[in-house]
Design a protein around this ligand. Sequence first.
Ligand code: ADP
Ligand code: MG
Length: 356
Amino acid sequence: MHFGKVIGIIGGGQLGKMMILPANLLGFKVHCFSNESGSPATIFAHKSVIGDYNDELALIEFAKECDFLTIEFESLNTDALKAIEKEFPHIFSPNEYGVFVTQNRFREKKFLLENDIDTPNFAMISSEHQAINFFSKNGKFILKTVENGYDGKGQYVIEKEEDILGSEISFSQGFLIAEKFVPFTLETSTILTRALNGEIVYYPTPINIHKNGILYKSIVKRGGVGWHNKTREIATRIADILNFVGTLAVEFFVLETGEVLVNEIAPRPHNSGHFTLDLCNVSQFENHIRAITGLPLIQPKLIFEGEMLNLIGTDINLALNILDNNSAKLHIYGKKDIRSKRKMGHINFIYDEIST
Ligand code: ADP
Ligand code: MG
């Protein structure tokens, strides 16, 4: 019987919080390891440990009290995850390898190429000279940090040669990834949950619109979309090769020709899957909890068409305007400070009339 068992989550952000809510409903206790007290997940956790994500011993100590362990962000010390896998076999999902590959853009690209999965052209560069060379061959491109980038952070769009020389880009930290700018017609993502026995369930496919490198909204319509069999097939291969357990998201660029390129892989529930909380019969978070604890997965179904709108920085003030809108489901993450480019919450708008 699983009731009362402890799930540990490494990371204290909103994804952790949204995992805790269904975990509690299913009868689990959740412990949270965060580097910041008062962060969204720590407010809801049964117990929180505040520590450094690089502190291997602290993470092992944390794991000791957990029956199951998972993460809600990938930029952490995988040596600690390896040590946990060794000391407490089978408690950690998705698995150390999946986190190791996807937390570093270079390893991720290498993994995709080795498995014949298309991704934008790229090169590893470590000097302005190499950047200029890449520009002369590829034209417009994006420079990305290899690790720790998210929500468009650590990215520089290079439209002309002067952007390389005139920017604040520094090669002092080592290599950056130069990635050809893709003139995509749209962005989408495949979100799936994979169980320990390899069973996979898929969520409806959103169209994702970004502004300044940050997800702005995800739109979800009934009936699926033309390219989604292709993206599901690719995401399935990725999940199978990584032997992934839990919810995984793969971001794609769809080209005019109908070709799809993998942009990046998230080894966890994803912002573009937040619509599942109010538009589907089961959320990406509930199935994640089910997968990592060995409970049966629920087959996702779209109940309502709609869209998810992120509340970034001071957008959170918009929340006040929709409180009396009965087609708007508001999610506030509970972060202590409003900062520009920081995800503060989201709204799931339901297009269909809610049947009463
Ligand atoms: P993050 O980890 O910050 O989400 P991404 O690599 O997904 O980083 O980039 C964020 C967004 O920037 C993408 O969703 C896309 O809109 C844009 N972008 C990133 N790489 C490219 C590219 N090679 N060509 C065109 N747009 C890109
Ligand atoms: Mg992204």
